[in-house]
Design a protein around this ligand. Structure first.
Ligand code: IMP
Length: 437
């Protein structure tokens, strides 16, 4: 069994908790795109883990984790995270963490270029995480990137760093920033690469053999559908493909080996960084945004940036369901809406009075959207920790059914709090099947 987990909105849907829950039933958890721009919070008892680069499965000592070829890996961030969770009592050895030889490395000049590029864009900036993700993928597509396997050979590493830095420094200097030195980069990176060496593996082959041996594999998407470089709100996107197709390429497994796709959907929407957000709570709704932000702790788990908050957008989520082929949906953060008297759901889009039936390709068009809302009554009672659907207030059940009908996909799991056991698994759902297989 191979299941892909993907955020359906602009990220931060609560994937960490769901992956962590499902990881119990799986043998291997692999990431397939992105890097340490992600930030997953996982709560186990009174321990909180913040994971950026490592799959959420890493906190289960009996699971093997994989960083797939589609990822971009900053070796410094990698070991900071490994050391951080080691301090929290989780041992990360090469036996249980495999890094693809074909993944690309994020180098210090990528971080510098990310800063430079954002400065250059000024008001048009993307609002990136400034971790060097975009520039590393640019080098990959430009066929000058440094892959993990290349870096294992000191001569190749030196050659590529010197060559790439020459070009990077020209851009960095053009915008008045401090050029970097190749010898300093090599001095910093070489010991990290040596430390990385035992973790490096042929991960596609590893996953293929694991599948043959009947192991269950979870493919963990980072970021989310609407941040996908092809299908998201371009150019306000990340530089990789979080959508289901990206899982096959980025983990190096045949598409038909994927048995199911799970979408993670939050009961409302958020976005960090710039870019269009049709249902954003602005102006007179600002106090509602503040309420949601506080109740849902909507601040970046790594950067602490306050997230922009908005109403649930069924048009965007239908688009995500269509692109990814969700078999089931995990609906997170139901309890955050407990206090609300009324809950709005965007069920359609209009531009200049005309109904728009498909998700616009142009960000400018999306920024002109007038959402068509349906307002539902809030349940105004406590749902924290509820574990059975029929124990939820009737209006909360109605809200969940309404969202499912709007998206056209079953909701198989509802999260009613950050802890593992604060979860409803819906009877006879596809999701229940994945849990019991
Ligand atoms: P980058 O991935 O750092 O290049 O940032 C590109 C866009 O994706 C920015 O709007 C970021 O805020 C957003 N982004 C990147 N990673 C995440 C994430 O894990 N959650 C939410 N937004 C993200």
């Amino acid at each position: 069994m191979i299941i892909v987990i993907i955020g359906a909105q602009w990220g931060d849907e609560g994937k960490g908790k769901v992956v962590d829950l499902l990881a119990d039933r799986f043998d291997i958890v692999s990431r397939y795109q992105g890097g340490h721009n992600a930030g997953h919070s996982v709560y186990v008892g009174d321990r909180a883990f913040v994971l950026r680069l490592l799959p959420s499965g890493i906190i289960h000592p009996d699971k093997t984790c994989v960083l797939g070829n589609g990822m971009v890996i900053d070796p410094k961030a990698f070991f900071e995270e490994v050391d951080q969770i080691a301090q929290q009592g989780i041992d990360v050895t090469p036996e249980r963490l495999k890094v693809s030889s074909r993944a690309h490395l994020i180098m210090p000049y990528h971080r510098a270029l990310d800063h430079t590029s954002e400065e250059r864009l000024g008001n048009e900036k993307i609002g990136t995480t400034l971790r060097g993700i975009g520039p590393a993928y640019e080098d990959k597509a430009g066929r000058r990137g440094i892959r993990v396997a290349d870096a294992l050979s000191p001569d190749i590493l030196k050659l590529r760093v010197e060559r790439n830095l020459e070009e990077a420094n020209r851009i960095i200097a053009l915008f008045g920033n401090q050029p970097l030195r190749a010898d300093e980069i090599l001095e910093e990176i070489t010991p990290l690469i040596e430390r990385l060496r035992p973790f490096v593996a042929e991960t596609s082959h590893f996953l293929s053999e694991a599948k043959k041996a009947g192991k269950k594999i979870l493919l963990e998407g980072a970021q989310a559908t609407l941040l996908d470089v092809d299908h998201g709100t371009y150019p306000y996107v990340t530089s990789s493909n979080p959508t289901a197709g990206g899982a096959s390429v980025g983990a190096g497994i045949p598409p038909h080996h994927i048995t199911g796709v799970l979408g993670i959907v939050r009961t409302y929407a958020t976005r960090v960084g710039e870019g269009p957000f049709p249902t954003e709570m602005l102006d007179e709704e600002e106090s509602m945004a503040n309420l949601i932000r506080e109740r849902g702790n909507e601040y970046g788990s790594v950067t602490r940036r306050p997230r922009r908050c908005g109403w649930f957008d069924a048009v965007a989520t239908r688009y995500a369901a269509e692109l990814n082929g969700f078999d089931s949906i995990a609906l997170t953060k139901l309890d955050v809406l407990d206090a609300l008297e009324e809950i709005k759901v965007c069920i359609g889009y209009e531009i200049a009075g005309e109904r728009v039936d498909t998700f616009p390709a142009v960000s400018y068009d999306l920024s002109q959207i007038k959402p068509v809302y349906e307002t539902l009554a809030g349940w105004q009672s406590n749902t924290v920790g509820v574990t059975q659907f029929d124990k939820l207030p009737e209006l909360a059940q109605k809200y969940v059914r309404f969202l499912s009908d709007q998206i056209g996909v079953e909701i198989g799991l509802i999260s009613t709090g950050p802890e593992r056991d604060q979860t409803v698994i819906l009877k006879d759902s596809v999701m229940e099947g994945w849990f019991s297989e």
